[in-house]
Design a protein around this ligand. Structure first.
Ligand SMILES: [Zn+2]
Length: 363
């Protein structure tokens, strides 16, 4: 580049260099990629009917799969043209890559119309009961200075129920079409000791979009206690702790036969990735108690559908996956899921490359 080149010439030269590098153009912290388009995160957030929080959370990232799973339709590029920064010439979009997912959405719509896929009125009775008991217990403990272990444990269990049944759906935007309703109930996450903002970043932006991707999913970090990530070294205590914790740990993404993705770029199919990295367990009662997290496959595919509807749509999803030849794992009981999880964690804790996990390498 000549020393007196203008900044525009420099920019053009840099862009040309990026184009010839072969990979997608790098994203700045204030931009969002959707397929081959790069948008201003702020401008897109201002246009989002559901409020700016979700959109801004994806700044600096690819939001293609997130939009699909939340809205169940193709991204409306033509309606948000004013937020467009540039088209990435290095990304070739396959217009049929998500056809299977959209076909599944059509079938789900037949048993559960979209306008009815949020929380029914009866859910608010459950949510109010859980919140009421948790508040009463906390008030009683502080007012009487009675912090006996069994009262603390009961309060802790109700806090867990808030996490599972209330904040999770609310911060996924699954309670209501009205953003303020989701925001209000979602703030319960802050009350139980978490943070709505960091939860959305870790759970929605990273875990949901990069489920079981061993470089990107924070939920398989394990933090030295248990080995969930096959790229991490096998440590001596994993043998024991893997067995011990397997009974208490999340079952839905760690089981015998699970797939862990060892790829360097996102897979093209949202449907395939989400189904092969998750499992379901048991039925309606556990769904009622645990906020639907036992229907992990349906939750990961359609996170904006309220958990009360999962038992209704699960047979549709299962049948569709079987038609398409996609492995769909539903354990009949918690015990059978726990054993499959224990077997997987035992192998993760004792074998460098466990037979219980399938690794999909796309790079
Ligand atoms: Zn979730």
């Amino acid at each position: 580049m000549a020393p007196n080149a203008t900044s525009q010439e420099t920019l053009a030269a840099e862009t040309a260099e990026e184009c010839f590098s072969g990979g997608p153009l790098p994203l700045g912290d204030e931009s969002i990629r959707v397929e081959d388009k790069i948008y201003s995160a702020k401008a897109l957030a201002d246009l989002h009917p559901g409020g700016p929080l979700f959109v801004k959370s994806f700044a600096g990232r690819d939001a293609s799969h997130a939009f699909l799973s939340y809205h169940r339709r193709q991204f409306p590029h033509s309606r948000v043209k004013e937020a467009l920064e540039k088209v990435d010439p290095n990304v070739k979009v396959d217009p049929h890559a998500q056809d299977d997912f959209l076909e599944l959405c059509e079938r789900v719509d037949k048993v559960l119309p979209r306008m009815q896929s949020f929380a029914p009125w009866s859910y608010y009775l459950k949510a109010s009961f859980i919140m009421g008991v948790a508040l009463s217990l906390e008030f009683y403990m502080h007012y009487t200075s009675n912090y006996r272990w069994y009262i603390s444990a009961l309060c802790g269990w109700f806090f867990a129920l808030i996490g599972l049944n209330i904040q999770h759906d609310a911060n996924h935007g699954a309670l209501s079409r009205r953003p303020w309703v989701n925001r209000f109930w979602g703030l319960s996450q802050n009350w139980i000791g978490g943070s709505t903002i960091s939860w959305i970043h870790q759970h929605v932006v990273q875990h949901h979009i990069h489920t079981n991707e061993i470089k990107l999913d924070p939920d398989i970090e394990g933090r030295f206690v248990v080995r969930l990530n096959p790229r991490k070294p096998v440590l001596k205590w994993h043998f024991l702790v893997g067995w011990y914790l397997s009974f208490f740990f999340t079952l839905s993404h760690n089981f015998d036969g699970v797939t862990q993705l060892d790829n360097t770029e996102p897979s093209k199919s949202l449907l395939y990735n989400q189904v092969i990295t998750s499992s379901n367990v048991a039925g309606e009662f556990l769904c009622f108690l645990n906020g639907g997290l036992n229907y992990q496959i349906e939750h990961h595919l359609l996170p904006r559908i309220h958990h009360g509807h999962y038992p209704k749509i699960a047979p549709v999803v299962k049948e569709f996956c079987q038609e398409k030849g996609i492995p769909y794992q539903h354990f009949p009981t918690v015990t059978s899921n726990a054993w499959a999880c224990a077997k997987h964690l035992f192998e993760m804790g004792s074998q460098k490359v466990p037979k219980s996990a399938k690794h999909l390498v796309t790079s």
